[in-house]
Design a protein around this ligand. Structure first.
Ligand code: NI
Length: 169
């Protein structure tokens, strides 16, 4: 297994809409294992293909408490088919948006359809933290970052900060 480089804003790959997986190859399985390892190392609770420069619609997540060991979940070609209610996701963050957190308004309940890493169809009904993680990661696959979902004032302040930092030697 290898650790993958996690792209950071403003890398343009992060705003791409990622292509659906049409064939679950051994190469993709290896990539999924690498994504999982990269997520655990970070550490993070989720990672989407676009964050590692992979143009295949897949995400990994694990929201189990650390002390319980690993419970890796893989979703291929996930999509939100139903959503209900609103909730404020407090202090949301992202490995691709370092050193920044913000509240984000998200759907309270969602239903997600997709496939597991073997291509078996799955349907997940989620609320609470799982619903937030899934929305965040599925957003990534559609080229959307959580900073695209905050107020334009907050977003422009963040962008200014990044520009300044990138100018520094
Ligand atoms: Ni993220």
């Amino acid at each position: 297994m290898a650790l993958l480089h996690v792209l950071e804003y403003p890398d343009s790959f992060l705003s791409r809409r990622i292509r659906p997986v049409t064939d679950i190859t051994g190469e993709l399985q290896k990539k999924i294992d690498d994504m999982a390892e990269t997520m655990y190392q970070a550490p993070g609770v989720g990672l989407a293909a676009s964050q590692v420069g992979l143009d295949q619609c897949v995400l990994v997540y694990d929201i189990s408490p650390r002390e319980d060991g690993r419970d890796l979940q893989v979703l291929i070609n996930p999509r939100i088919v139903c959503q209900e209610g609103k909730v404020v996701s407090e202090n949301e963050g992202c490995l691709s948006v370092p050193d920044y957190r913000s509240d984000v308004v998200r759907a309270a309940q969602i239903q997600v359809e997709g496939a597991d890493r073997n291509g078996k169809p799955i349907s997940i009904e989620a609320n609470g933290f799982l619903a937030i993680v899934l929305q965040h990661e599925i957003d990534h696959l559609e080229g959307v970052l959580f900073i695209d979902r905050i107020s334009s004032l907050k977003r422009s302040l963040y962008k200014k900060r990044i520009k300044k930092r990138l100018k520094q030697p």
